[in-house]
Design a protein around this ligand. Sequence first.
Ligand SMILES: C[S@@+](CC[C@H](N)C(=O)[O-])C[C@H]1O[C@@H](n2cnc3c(N)ncnc32)[C@H](O)[C@@H]1O
Length: 311
Amino acid sequence: MLVRPALLPELPPSPKALFGREGPLAVEVGFGDGRFTALYAKAHPGRLILGAEVSAGSVQRALRRLRREGIGNVRLYLGEGGFALRNLVPERSILEVIVNFPDPWPKKRHQGRRLLREAFFRRLSTRLAQGGRLLLTTDHEEYFRFALEEAERTGLYRIETAPPPEAHLLTKYALKWREMGRPFFHAVFTKEAEDPHPWPPIRRYPMAHALLRGPLPEALALPQAPIRFPQGVALFLEVAKGERGFYVLTHVEEEDLTQDLLLEVRQSAHGLYAGVSRLGHPLITQGVKEAVKALVGALEGMGLEVVQDHT
Ligand SMILES: C[S@@+](CC[C@H](N)C(=O)[O-])C[C@H]1O[C@@H](n2cnc3c(N)ncnc32)[C@H](O)[C@@H]1O
């Protein structure tokens, strides 16, 4: 039920690879506790529903709910909606995208964090099928107007406002706002044209490691400064010594993807291995490679010699 992108043989996977069968695709971004997802899945048993949510606690709760209710046509991804749309669904494949009560980020300086911005609508148009649509429901009038304007600016959508369908008013947040007597706003953005810029899936690599000649160092001191590269930033958070070597807790941020992963430095049959640990199945992206390069650079600075470089 939980999608682990690193374990998929290809990105994007076919709907059959993800769901075990073909069918019309729907995506819900920010599903919270999954209440709506479960209702939607039961109302549309023929559809294949992919949910994306950044909160791990919410994903746990939603998974429990879907299992309890025996729902089989939903897959959940723990991470950004943008990542799911870019990497987990084929181009021009989505019938419907649901966004219920997106975080409004009301402060002016936080508006860049809003999901429904022009760039998002443009990219979304490459993943929606012709006539596919996004359904937005919110209690936040200012964000609602903002989203309408951002979509309007793309010229790619027909936009209609209407009262929200009842099912969209049964989410956790809807019930909370209902009790407080807040108004609701709803819009349907139907794709009429497509942005000409393609949005290819993230590039991933089969490996990121190097083999070095020399003894395992006694201690490993790594740069504390962020490692910056064009697509993002990486940071060594902590180094721990184990029986076989060192483990380096590493944080990597790239567009729509944040990963905390372990790098390892340990003796192997072929020399000193410095690279990604399989633990947690990280996706080996450019950012992960940059972190490994920095690790290998630090080891070289300690006098070790690279004999094989797959970074
Ligand atoms: C206000 S809550 C609404 C939750 C649910 N839709 C409801 O109506 O009860 C917004 C949700 O969106 C999630 N979220 C925010 N930004 C996101 C993103 N870029 N991708 C996926 N989920 C996101 C948050 O973690 C949170 O659970």
